[in-house]
Design a protein around this ligand. Structure first.
Ligand code: SER
Ligand code: ZN
Length: 719
C-alpha cells in the first residue's frame, strides 16, 4: 500500500528551477492525447549549484521523448518515475521539451486532463497539472503560458484555454486548431483547457476605464437556455468589484464552462472558469430561490479570485486561506451588498456554527494556516474557507471599510504578480492602519473555537452596567495550551424602552486577555447588552440573558443579526426545556412568553420578510444536537416538533393571514421582494403543515399544484 508522507511548512524551500515560459500543445486523437510541453527554465542560482539535479513533479503517464536545448535525451539521461521526473545535470538556462501521452477517458480522478461526457477538460488545483506533464507543480513557480489545441472539428468544435485566442485555422483530415496566449504570469494550478461540442451565450462588459470585455458562458447544447442567470450574475460581480474594491478585469475575454462531472463547486482558472453545472444552470421552472442565490455567489467567488488568488497567489499550499478566506469574504460581501445583508449573515453563521465549529472541535481540527498536511486535496475545509473568511471579516471590523480598502490597495501594489503568505497580508493591513495585529495573527495559527462567557452586574447607585468577559479555548492535538486571542466584540446597549443607547466610543470592545471587565457609565436600569453584533467573531457565546430578556432583544435590538440570534437562543432554550421534560417523562408545555414574542414578530410589517422568515425558523435538529455531548435523537425530534405544533396551533390565523399577503407577488420573479414573500409564505405553510389538519393540507396541496402549473411550459395549457 502506498503511504503518504507528511509535508511540513517548516521544510518549505524555494524552487531550485524556475520555469519562465510554458508553451503547450495538446494533440487530441481518438486513442490518445499527445501533450508537448516546451519550457524556458532557469536555475535559481541563489540556492542551486552546478551539481543540483532538476526534479519535477510527475503523474503516472508515459513520456514519449525529452529534448534539452535541441538535443534528444536518451532514456538513461533522465529518470521518469510515477512520482517524479529527474535530469541529473542541466545548464543554468535552457529549453526543455517533453512529450507525454495521456488517456483522458481512463482518468477517473477528475484531476489533470479528463473526460466529462463528451467534453475534455482539466482540473489542476491543487496538484493536477503534474498529471498532464512533468512540472515544478507548486504555486510559487509562476510562468507565462501559451497553449495550442488541435482536435477533430466535428467532435471538438470548441477549443478553449486561458487568456486570449490569437490564432486559429483548419488542418487536414477535418482537424482544426486554436492557439491561446495568457499574458499574465500564473502558477500551474490555474492552467485550464476545455474541448468539446459546446453551445455558448455571449455578452459584453465595459470596464470603468472603458475597455470592452467579451463574456462567454459555455454548456452542453441542451442546457444553454439555462445560462442567463449566470451571465447576469457575472456582470453584477464585475461591476461590484470595480465599485467596492476598485478592481477591474484584466483580459479581453472572460469565459465560464459548465461541466457535469466536477469535484468541487467551481474553479477560478485564469480567464476560463470551470464550474460544476449546478452552479451555472438555472431553469426558472425548476430552480429554487436558493439555487439562484448560490449561482450568483459562486459566479462572484470565482470571478473575484482573478485578483485574490490569481494576480496575487500563494507562496505554498499552507497559505490556501490567503486566497480562499479572502475570496469567501469578498463573495459574502458581494451577496450582502446586492441582497439582504442580515439574511446573508444569518446563513453564513448557521453554516459556520453547524459545520465549521464541529470540524474545529473534532479530530479534523486544524488551524486556518496549518503547519502540515498529508494530502493537499483534503485541505479544502470549512476551516480554511469559512473560518478563514471570518478572520478577514474581523480584520475588516477592526480597521473599518476605509482602512481595510487602503490595505487591499497596498496588497495589490506590493504583491501583484507574486506568490505571498498570510503574514504578508496581515502586514499590509497593519501598514495601512497603524494597528498592531500581532496578537490577532494567533487566530490563523491556533485551532479550536473559543468560548466567550459574559456575565453582568448592575450598580444601582452608580448607574453602571458591568460586563465580565472570559475567553477559553479548549486544548486539542494541535496545541495543548491555548493563548488568549484578540477578539473584536461589536457592541450595543438597548434600554428598557427599546432605544439603542450605546455610548459612541463603545461600539467595538476588544478582548485581549483571558478575563476582562468593561464598565459602562450612566446606563438606566434594565438595559440589555447586545453582544457580538453581526457575529463579529467566530466564537461560542454564552450569556446570562433570561428568556424574557431574549424575547425583548428579539423584538427590539437594532442589530438585525442579534434579533435573529436572540430568537434562536430563545427557541433553543425552550427546546432544551422540552427535551428535559421528555426525558423525565413529565408533561410538556410551551411558555406563553415565547408564543407572544413569535406572534409579535409575525405581525411585524416593517421588517424585511426574508429576514423574518429566518428569524421565525426553528433551529434544525442537526443544529440543536451540536449543543449536547450526549445526543438524544428522539427527544430532540419530539421536542422540536412539539414546539412547532404549539406555535402553529396557537397562531394559525396569523399564519393564514401571512400566506394570503405573501401570495400576491409574481411567482417567477427573482427580485428580492418576490423571494422574501415566498420564503415567509413557505415558512408559514411549513408551520401549518405539521398540524396535519385537512384545511392546511389542502392549502399545501394547492400551493404544490399551482406552483407546478406556473412552471410548466405555456404550450401545455393551449385548449
Ligand atoms: N479554488 C476553488 C474555489 O474556488 C476550489 O477548487 O474554491
Ligand atoms: Zn475559492
Amino acid at each position: 500500500m502506498k503511504t503518504h508522507e507528511t509535508i511540513y511548512l517548516k521544510d518549505y524551500k524555494k524552487a531550485q528551477f524556475i520555469v519562465d515560459e510554458v508553451d503547450l500543445t495538446f494533440d487530441i486523437r481518438e486513442d490518445q492525447t499527445k501533450v508537448t510541453s516546451i519550457l524556458k527554465i532557469h536555475k535559481n542560482l541563489d540556492i542551486a549549484g552546478e551539481k543540483t539535479s532538476l526534479v519535477f513533479d510527475k503523474g503516472d503517464f508515459k513520456i514519449a521523448s525529452v529534448i534539452a536545448n535541441g538535443m534528444l535525451l536518451l532514456p538513461g539521461e533522465y529518470e521518469a518515475k510515477n512520482e517524479y521526473f529527474k535530469i541529473a545535470r542541466t545548464p543554468d538556462t535552457f529549453d526543455l521539451e517533453i512529450i507525454t501521452i495521456l488517456k483522458p477517458w481512463e482518468n477517473t480522478s477528475l484531476e489533470g486532463l479528463y473526460q466529462s461526457g463528451n467534453i475534455l477538460c482539466t482540473q489542476c488545483e491543487a496538484q493536477g497539472f503534474r498529471k498532464i506533464t512533468p512540472f515544478p507543480d507548486r504555486p510559487d513557480v509562476m510562468a507565462v503560458y501559451s497553449c495550442t489545441i488541435i482536435a477533430d472539428k466535428t467532435k471538438y468544435p470548441v477549443l478553449l484555454s486561458n487568456g486570449n485566442p490569437i490564432k486559429s485555422g483548419n488542418l487536414d483530415n477535418n482537424r482544426h486548431f486554436v492557439r491561446w496566449e495568457d499574458p499574465f504570469k500564473k502558477p500551474s494550478y490555474l492552467f485550464a483547457l476545455v474541448a468539446g461540442d459546446l453551445a455558448h451565450i455571449s455578452d459584453q462588459f465595459k470596464t470603468r476605464s472603458g475597455r470592452i470585455v467579451d463574456l462567454k458562458i459555455y454548456s452542453e447544447k441542451e442546457n444553454i437556455d439555462k445560462c442567463g442567470h449566470a451571465m447576469s450574475s457575472l456582470k453584477q460581480a464585475m461591476e461590484w468589484d470595480e465599485k467596492r474594491f476598485r478592481l477591474e478585469y484584466d483580459l479581453d475575454l472572460f469565459q465560464i464552462v459548465a461541466i457535469n462531472d466536477f469535484n468541487a463547486g467551481a474553479m477560478e482558472n485564469k480567464g476560463l472558469n470551470i464550474f460544476n453545472s449546478k452552479y451555472v444552470l438555472a431553469d426558472p421552472a425548476t430552480a429554487t430561490d436558493e439555487d439562484f442565490m448560490n449561482i450568483q455567489g459562486v459566479i462572484g467567488h470565482e470571478y473575484f479570485h482573478n485578483w485574490t488568488g490569481n494576480r496575487v497567489t500563494l507562496k505554498n499550499w499552507f497559505q490556501l486561506s490567503l486566497k480562499e478566506g479572502l475570496t469567501v469574504f469578498r463573495d459574502q460581501e458581494f451577496s450582502s451588498d446586492l441582497n439582504s445583508r442580515g439574511v446573508k449573515r444569518i446563513s453564513n453563521v448557521r453554516n459556520l456554527r453547524g459545520h465549521q465549529f464541529s470540524e474545529d472541535s473534532g479530530p479534523m481540527a486544524h488551524p486556518v494556516r496549518p503547519e502540515s498536511y498529508i494530502k493537499m486535496d483534503n485541505f479544502y475545509t470549512m476551516t480554511v474557507y469559512e473560518k478563514g473568511a471570518e478572520l478577514v471579516r474581523m480584520i475588516h471590523q477592526l480597521l473599518g471599510e476605509e482602512l481595510f480598502q487602503k490595505g487591499m490597495n497596498l496588497y495589490f501594489e506590493k504583491f501583484d504578480g507574486m506568490a505571498v503568505t498570510i503574514e504578508d497580508f496581515v502586514a499590509v493591513m497593519e501598514d495601512a492602519s497603524g494597528l498592531d495585529l500581532s496578537q490577532f495573527k494567533l487566530w490563523y495559527f491556533q485551532s479550536g473555537t473559543p468560548a466567550v462567557i459574559v456575565t453582568r452586574s448592575y450598580d444601582h447607585q452608580a448607574k453602571q452596567l458591568i460586563l465580565n468577559f472570559e475567553q477559553k479555548t479548549l486544548p486539542d492535538r494541535n496545541q495543548t495550551e491555548k493563548q488568549a486571542l484578540h477578539i473584536p466584540v461589536n457592541f450595543g446597549i438597548i434600554d428598557s424602552n427599546g432605544n439603542d443607547i450605546t455610548p459612541v466610543d463603545k461600539t467595538l470592545l476588544e478582548l485581549k486577555s483571558a478575563k476582562e471587565t468593561f464598565v459602562f457609565e450612566n446606563i438606566s436600569e434594565n438595559s440589555l447588552p447586545s453582544l457580538f453584533r453581526q457575529f463579529s467573531a467566530p466564537v461560542k457565546i454564552k450569556t446570562d440573558l433570561t428568556n424574557e430578556e431574549l424575547a425583548f432583544l428579539m423584538a427590539n435590538d437594532t442589530d438585525e443579526f442579534n434579533r435573529w440570534d436572540a430568537a434562536q437562543t430563545l427557541f433553543f432554550n425552550e427546546i432544551t426545556k422540552l427535551i428535559h421534560s421528555i426525558q423525565a417523562n413529565t408533561e410538556l408545555s410551551v411558555s406563553s412568553n415565547l408564543i407572544d414574542a413569535f406572534k409579535k414578530a409575525l405581525q411585524d410589517q416593517t421588517t424585511d420578510k426574508s429576514f423574518l422568515a429566518k428569524t421565525l425558523s426553528l433551529p434544525l435538529e442537526t443544529e440543536i444536537k451540536n449543543h449536547f455531548n450526549l445526543v438524544d435523537v428522539n427527544a430532540i425530534h419530539k421536542a422540536r416538533l412539539f414546539l412547532k405544533k404549539a406555535i402553529a396551533g396557537q397562531l394559525k390565523s396569523y399564519f393564514l393571514n401571512v400566506i394570503k399577503v405573501c401570495s400576491k407577488s409574481d411567482p417567477l420573479s427573482i427580485s428580492h421582494d418576490a423571494m422574501a414573500n415566498r420564503s415567509l409564505k413557505n415558512l408559514s405553510l411549513s408551520y401549518l403543515g405539521c398540524l396535519k389538519e385537512k384545511g392546511t393540507i389542502d392549502l399545501i396541496l394547492k400551493h404544490y399544484e399551482t406552483a407546478l402549473r406556473e412552471s410548466l411550459p405555456q404550450i401545455l395549457f393551449l385548449p
